[in-house]
Write a protein that binds this ligand. Structure first.
Ligand code: AMP
Ligand code: MN
Ligand code: MN
Ligand code: MN
Length: 274
């Protein structure tokens, strides 16, 4: 069974439309697929319709930004009710912060000599949401940086010209939004936060103590050792194991939809809870 419970469309920072992402998932012979855009559910209605046409099992999802210990982390809400008011109010708060943050980022980049950063970035984005990835694409198009990695390093983090302090909701609040909307809360890509492993485990343990249901044991970029370790910690902390590629469709991204390594046998599989 091929599952992929973490994917993006152009409703956040992916390249393809919700319909196109679903078609690609079907082509890759995915059996169960979730669309999980950053802080928005805008693509879910369209994706569900296409999945229905193709006979692909569809899980409505969202990847919510959150604060843990002053750092930004990502918590997936899977199997959410799109119409839930509490969840939508929370996501709206994040969308508003994104809009304010984009203006601040553009101002910072302006100070570093990038003219009309906001207008140029809006031209890159297909929908209203502006993510840091859109700023990154703009800076690459303008020939200011050569790739994503260098943009984030030179411009979009910490005290760099386009760096803005994150103001997402706290992780426990985000988990409660997801639960109120009937969803399952899953910590996304636990080993991608630039934390020591000791800190990652502390984060997972805090999340588990606050009702988080699962963790992504397998991601598109996991090594065999990472999968083994995450599976072990998930079991220790009573977390369900999830699997998702974090597909965005960027041309240089090696990640493909539905091409994931298997979850270890001893893992408590998230599919039983969706
Ligand atoms: P945002 O949620 O707007 O702050 O943007 C975060 C997104 O930017 C992540 O989901 C990634 O897709 C992307 N991203 C963050 N850091 C990096 C990086 N160092 N290199 C490439 N992409 C990154
Ligand atoms: Mn992203
Ligand atoms: Mn993420
Ligand atoms: Mn993601």
């Amino acid at each position: 069974m091929k599952i992929d419970l973490h994917n993006h469309s152009y409703c956040s920072d992916g390249v393809l439309s919700p319909t196109e992402v679903v078609r690609l998932a079907k082509e890759q012979e995915c059996d169960i697929f979730a669309l999980t855009d950053h802080d928005t559910t805008d693509g879910l209605v369209e994706a569900k319709i296409e999945a229905g046409k193709l006979g692909l099992e569809f899980v409505p999802g969202v990847e919510v930004s959150a604060m843990w210990s002053n750092m930004t982390i990502h918590i997936l809400g899977l199997g959410i009710d799109v119409n839930n008011k509490v969840l939508q109010a929370g996501l709206k708060q994040h969308q508003e912060f994104r809009a304010i943050r984009a203006l601040k980022m553009a101002r910072g980049l302006g100070g570093a000599g990038v003219v009309n950063a906001m207008e140029k970035t809006q031209a890159v984005a297909k929908r209203s949401m502006i993510t840091r990835t859109h700023f990154a694409q703009m800076l690459i198009q303008e020939g200011i940086c050569k790739d994503m990695k260098s943009v984030f390093k030179r411009f979009l983090t910490g005290k760099k010209p386009g760096g803005v302090k994150s103001e997402w909701a706290q992780y426990d609040e985000v988990i409660s939004w997801i639960h109120t909307a009937g969803g399952v809360a899953v910590l996304a890509h636990p080993l991608r936060y630039r934390m020591t492993n000791t800190k990652v485990k502390r984060m997972m343990s805090d999340l588990a103590a606050n009702g988080c249901n699962g963790v992504e044991v397998v991601t598109g970029s996991s090594s065999a050792d990472e999968i083994t370790l995450m599976s072990q910690w998930a079991r220790e902390l009573g977390l369900l194991a999830s699997s998702g590629s974090d597909y965005h469709g960027w041309p240089n991204q090696r990640v493909r939809i539905g091409r994931l390594q298997d979850l270890p046998n001893q893992s408590k599989n998230i599919l039983n809870s969706l």
